[in-house]
Structure formats: structure tokens, C-alpha cells
Design a protein around this ligand. Structure first.
Ligand code: ATP
Ligand code: MG
Length: 277
């Protein structure tokens, strides 16, 4: 079994073929690259750059866990990919679009194709679970009809119900989100992301605010759904067990660079922990 090796700090071209997801292994046609980050640089103010030449490529259908110590730049990296914050150097190709050169309208279109799940679910607390899932359709349609489930077209309501069904929560559709447990809320957030019909999902510590059992359950469900729908997934986590169990590949950030990159099945926890050293 391969062990994950820390990558040297010096620039080192990424070898995506070594980390191809299992279903694609041995395929004659190379898998498409859904995300290709080259030389990303991002700093805040005068401080040392948080990201200082990050190279990372993610293949279509692959599930990649991003690990690294607090402050390593995981959230910054995810946000820069969608220009929720602006990187100051490097290039990002996401779903075949050159992100850093996109005009605002094209950027909005690209963001609509990418689901984003946050640690804190960012649902609207006083609205029902179903209305919150309907909001995912705003990625495709504009207007007040996509704010409340009662106003939404029947087909959209039915699709939102289907998404709630996928996360195992059809019975709480009419319940206000502020009355749900943390695990249920996070499932609703996942249903909302699915409602976007995304091609790529980014998740920033999607289960970090959940207790261990709920975290395990939601992460398992999330990862199964991504695989079943054939979506590409990039998620950050401090849970090494989740990284090993639910990703095809683990990427570690340290000192502003990708310092570790390898197949998750290696399960070398000692090697993984070095990223926090
Ligand atoms: N808006 C901001 N203004 C100034 N500094 C910021 C800002 N956002 C992030 N930083 C700094 O950038 C660094 C990386 O932060 P980031 O949140 O990306 O780390 P992280 O790897 O996600 O950490 P964690 O595991 O704690 O979530 C930290 O030092 C943080 O203080
Ligand atoms: Mg973070």
C-alpha cells in the first residue's frame, strides 16, 4: 500500500494521474480536469502570503479532501476558486472557465454550477426546510417565486422535495429551519446545494459543527450522494478519518503551498499528521 509522502516545499508539478479516482483507473481516455489551480497567491494586507504558489488539479468525479492546520489557508483557497475573495496571483480554471478573467455575468453563471456547503449552514432560519431548498433554484432562475416554496412553480417544489428525499428528510419539509437539529440543518444545506444541479461541489468543513455521530452520518451521506450523482467534490476537514474514508485523494496545505498529495486509501495517519507539524 502506498504511503502518503509529504511533498517538498519547492515548486513541483502536480501529478494528477497518480491520484485518479478508482472508477477511472486504467481508463484509456484521461479524465477531464474540473479544477486546475496554478501558482495561486493570496495575502491579506502586509502579512506573509497565506497562499504562496498553490498548484492543485482535481479530476472530474474525484473527491478530494483538503487538510492543514488552522490558518493554513483552506477556506481562503476555496473562496478564491469562486472569487468570493480575489487572489492576487496565479490562475484558476474551473469547469473549463478561466475564473480570474471572467466578467461579472459569466462569473455568476459559473458560480451557479458550483455548490458551496459551509461549516455553518447559512440557511434562512425562519423559513421552512422546503423553502430553503427551493433557494438552490436561484442558481438557475431569478425572481421572488424562488424565495418561498408556496410561490415556486410546481416542478421546482417537486424537485426540492426530491432533494430533501435524497438527504432523508422529506418528513421535515414544512418545518422551520430554526427548529431543526444541527445534523438536519446541514442535510438541508446539502439538499439546497443539490437543488442547484451543480457539477462541482466545494465544502468548507461541512460537518465540523456536528457531534461525532451526526458528523459521520452526514459526511457518509454527503459523500455517497456526490458519488452517485457523479459530482466532483473538494472539501476541507480537520477530521483525518473523514479525509481517509470519504475522499479519493488527500491534499495538505502548509506554509502557503501544497505539501502533501496522494491517494486517500494510503491511510497513513502518521504521515498525514506531519502536515500539522
Ligand atoms: N478576511 C481576512 N482578513 C485578514 N486575514 C484573513 C482573512 N481571511 C483569512 N485571513 C487569514 O488568512 C489565514 C488563513 O485563513 P483561512 O481561514 O483560510 O485558514 P483555514 O486553513 O481555513 O483555517 P481553519 O482550519 O481554522 O478554518 C489566517 O491567518 C487568517 O487569519
Ligand atoms: Mg477554514
Amino acid at each position: 500500500m502506498l504511503a502518503l509522502q509529504p511533498r517538498p516545499l519547492a515548486a513541483d508539478p502536480i501529478r494528477v494521474e497518480a491520484a485518479a479516482p478508482t472508477p477511472l483507473a486504467g481508463a484509456a481516455v484521461p479524465a477531464a480536469v474540473d479544477l486546475d489551480i496554478r501558482g495561486m497567491v493570496k495575502s491579506f494586507g502586509e502579512a506573509k502570503p497565506v497562499l504562496n504558489g498553490v498548484d492543485l488539479a482535481v479530476l472530474r468525479g474525484q473527491s478530494v479532501a483538503l487538510i492543514g492546520a488552522n490558518g493554513a489557508g483552506k477556506s481562503t483557497l476555496l473562496r478564491c476558486c469562486l472569487r468570493l475573495i480575489e487572489a492576487e496571483g496565479g490562475s484558476v480554471r474551473l469547469l473549463e472557465r478561466d475564473v480570474r478573467r471572467l466578467a461579472p455575468r459569466d462569473l455568476r453563471r459559473l458560480r451557479a454550477r458550483v455548490g458551496f456547503v459551509f461549516q455553518r449552514h447559512n440557511l434562512v432560519p425562519r423559513l421552512s426546510a422546503l423553502s430553503n431548498v427551493v433557494h438552490g433554484a436561484q442558481a438557475r432562475h431569478a425572481g421572488a417565486r424562488y424565495w418561498l416554496h408556496g410561490l415556486a412553480p410546481k416542478a421546482v417544489r417537486e424537485e426540492a422535495m426530491h432533494c430533501l428525499d435524497l438527504v432523508g428528510l422529506p418528513h421535515i419539509a414544512r418545518q422551520r429551519v430554526d427548529s431543526l437539529s444541527g445534523g438536519q440543518s446541514q442535510r438541508v444545506a446539502i439538499a439546497r446545494a443539490l437543488m442547484q444541479r451543480p457539477q462541482f461541489v466545494m465544502a468548507d468543513e461541512p460537518v465540523a459543527s456536528l457531534d461525532p455521530n451526526a458528523g459521520e452520518e452526514v459526511m457518509g451521506l454527503f459523500s455517497d450522494l456526490m458519488r452517485r450523482e457523479g459530482l466532483t467534490l473538494l472539501f476541507s476537514s480537520h477530521d483525518l478519518r473523514h479525509a481517509v474514508d470519504y475522499a479519493d485523494r488527500i491534499v495538505g496545505l502548509r506554509a502557503g503551498r501544497v505539501e502533501l498529495d496522494g491517494p486517500a486509501r494510503a491511510q497513513d495517519f502518521a504521515g498525514l499528521r506531519e502536515i500539522y507539524g
